[in-house]
Design a protein around this ligand. Structure first.
Ligand code: GDP
Length: 335
């Protein structure tokens, strides 16, 4: 506990550090927003509000793909490609399977070793599980902090089974899906939902013997994507092949993303999308806060547990259980 309080800075120190692009202060600020201590939560809220004017100028890119598809290798090569052009790159990673303290996807120090050493890059895992077992939403705050600290490009990496992808889609501008040729990815139903969210697909490891298969997969995915409705952005998702190991076609990926950015800025979609994302964030926060508040009441908590058992035993349906719980809640708050 002592250590935590020593790590905390004054509001002005966070603000000064962020304004001066200090990565150590940025890391501390993210730790602050992830903290569950109520004094930290209050400070974090004031901090985020105070930096809002300095946010929103980056391009926010979500990157997803199955384990082993080559995400960390891709992000390292892509990140280095960007920093070589003097761009500042922040990588935030969300791992739905574990909390940061229990070891996360970036806990392994060997990932993105080169990028981690790059003065223009910042790499950070973010906590992903909250008390209710759902996915916590501190990544949004982390994005804002990175923007205030002068990062031009924010890469939000996720690996999961749908839930974390949907969450990340709701906080980025461009959603990139990494796929492997011939891995059976194309057959998995779950991928269809994720593909529908993608603004771009990159077939990874397109080198050596894999090159031909990657080109075949490219045609396959392009066909599959064109069966979906054109997204609201009016942007036709593209499918590329690339090799992060051989550093091939990495520039093409960046070209795709910048073309998207120009398109989405020109037609006003990007601006609208960010407004919608903020409204959704507000709505989600109300839901979470209201639920935590209600469940802090022991009688309501007890009723919830009873109803959960009844649902598990197939005695009642979830909507009926929800109505029952609402009745319990209303009876407690009447008068
Ligand atoms: P992640 O689990 O999605 O982060 O995947 P990794 O980046 O750790 O890559 C998994 C494996 O694929 C590693 O052994 C990498 O060396 C290999 N790999 C990644 N990118 C490439 C590539 O472009 N070409 C080839 N041939 N292998 C790659």
């Amino acid at each position: 506990m002592k250590k935590i309080s020593r790590d905390r800075l004054k509001l002005e120190e966070y603000q000064y550090g962020l304004a001066h692009h200090d990565k150590i202060i940025l890391a501390k600020a993210i730790t602050l927003v992830e903290s569950k201590l109520s004094s930290d939560e209050q400070l974090a809220e004031v901090l985020i509000e105070s930096i809002l004017a300095h946010t929103g100028k980056s391009i926010r890119i979500g990157i997803t793909g199955s384990p082993g598809v080559g995400k960390s290798t891709f992000i390292e090569t892509f990140g280095k490609f960007l920093t070589q052009q003097n761009k500042r790159v922040a990588v935030l990673a969300i791992d739905p399977s574990s909390t940061v303290s229990q070891g996360s996807i970036l806990g392994d120090k060997t990932r993105m070793e080169e990028l981690a050493k790059d003065p223009l890059a910042f790499i950070r895992p973010t906590a992903s599980r909250n008390a209710l077992g759902g996915v916590a939403h501190k990544t949004r705050e982390a994005i804002l902090l990175c923007e205030a600290a002068g990062f031009d490009i924010i890469l939000v990496e996720t690996v999961g089974v749908g839930q974390s992808e949907t969450m990340v889609r709701g906080m980025v501008d461009f959603f990139l899906l990494l796929m492997l040729a011939g891995s059976g990815d194309e057959l998995q139903g779950i991928k269809k939902g994720i593909m529908e969210m993608a603004d771009g697909v990159v077939i990874t490891k397109a080198d050596g013997d894999n090159k031909k298969r990657a080109t075949e997969a490219q045609a396959h995915f392009l066909h599959a994507l064109h069966l979906f409705q054109l997204p609201d952005s009016g942007w036709s998702p593209q499918v590329l092949t690339a090799s992060a190991l051989q550093k091939e076609s990495i520039d093409e990926v960046w070209k795709m993303i910048t073309s998207f950015q120009v398109h989405a800025l020109q037609n006003g979609w990007l601006n609208e999308q960010r407004k919608k994302q903020d409204a959704a964030w507000f709505y989600e926060t109300i839901q979470n806060q209201a639920l935590s508040f209600l469940l802090s009441n022991p009688a309501i908590q007890e009723k919830k547990l009873q109803l959960e058992s009844a649902i598990a035993e197939k005695k009642i349906t979830p909507p009926y259980a929800s109505r029952q719980l609402m009745e319990e809640i209303l009876s407690r708050f009447k008068g």
